[in-house]
Write a protein that binds this ligand. Structure first.
Ligand code: GLN
Length: 304
């Protein structure tokens, strides 16, 4: 038996001593208000034992981590047709890069960079009766937690400053890869990014990716093949132009967000989430990456 709690305690201890904590994202003004000294980690194992340390119960803005959840819902709704509108190749570009500019066909490189996630948001806006409400209730169901909610202040803050996302959505529209109004799709996108969750809730929502598509209550939300695809995309595209570095240092499929969260998992073993709002120059949580590198090194557990 691995003593996960001792490992998490040691990680938390090391994080509290770290002086260089990275830089808070301030291009969404509301995110800039968060204290850089926060650090939390939560791990759930395959027997549903929970281990945690630090500020693991503090809510934060999950931002791009939501892209995995919208992709999951879209796959459940329209299946493999998703791949007609978005590709599955790593971009090697920052999350907000307008990678469409390089392409002739208006198909974003993958669903985890902003243009790809905006296409997925468009699919959900088309498919769902009440897109924001229905997506929220999907997240609450997979996490088995009805307290999860959007942060309207963060959503509004991003709406006011999301010029590059407006550019991406308009570009997609010009390529006819956006069926709904730009404003409606981005309103949905800014809300999904504003979801406010803590480390524990994130591991519960992502439990199904390490458990063959089944949530903690054993209900299946994804097929085996869909889980394989999503985990592969997380591994190759989950950290933008640092996906290679994350695979190299940590060796797990995962996803980061500019709110400073990272969630990662080892199929059949555990799901872990970290939160530390200071980011490295590539926009990934600085201490979160260090923590997960330590976790896979100390436990000698990774997909490799
Ligand atoms: N809402 C953010 C944006 O679109 C998400 C980016 C991120 O977390 N990497 O810019």
């Amino acid at each position: 038996m691995i003593d996960y709690q001792s490992v998490l305690n040691a990680i938390n201890e090391a994080a509290s001593k770290e002086k260089e904590r990275g830089k808070i994202a301030d291009y969404i003004p509301e995110l800039a208000k968060v204290d850089v000294n926060n650090f939390g980690i939560h791990l759930i194992d395959n027997h549903q034992n929970n281990f945690f340390a630090g500020d693991s119960n503090e809510l934060f803005s999950i931002q791009s981590i939501s892209k995995v959840l919208t992709l999951s819902m879209a796959l459940g709704l329209i299946g493999e047709d998703v791949w007609k509108r978005v590709d599955v190749e790593p971009s090697g570009d920052p999350f907000n890069h307008l990678s469409l500019l390089e392409l002739e066909n208006g198909i974003p490189r993958n669903p985890l960079i902003n243009p790809g996630a905006i296409v997925i948001a468009d699919i959900l806006v088309s498919q769902l009766k009440n897109p924001k409400e229905d997506f929220l209730s999907f997240v609450r169901q997979i996490a088995n937690d009805d307290t999860i909610d959007y942060d309207e202040t963060v959503a509004l803050s991003e709406k006011k400053t999301g010029f590059r996302n407006f550019a991406a959505a308009n570009l997609l529209k010009s390529y006819k890869n956006l069926n709904n109004d730009v404003d409606a799709v981005l309103d949905f996108y800014f809300h999904q990014c504003s979801l406010s969750m803590n480390c524990e809730q994130l591991t519960h929502a992502f439990y199904m990716f390490m458990n063959h598509g089944k949530c903690r209550k054993n209900k299946a939300y994804l097929t085996l093949s869909q889980v394989k695809r999503i985990n592969a995309i997380m591994l190759t595209c989950g950290f933008y132009d640092e996906a290679g570095e994350f695979a190299f240092e940590v060796g797990l499929p995962g996803k980061s967000g500019v709110g400073g969260g990272i969630v990662a998992l080892l199929p059949n073993k555990f799901c872990v989430a970290t939160w530390s709002p200071g980011l490295n120059p590539k926009g990934n949580s600085k201490l979160g990456m260090l923590a997960l590198e330590k976790l896979t090194t100390e436990t000698e557990l990774s997909i490799f």
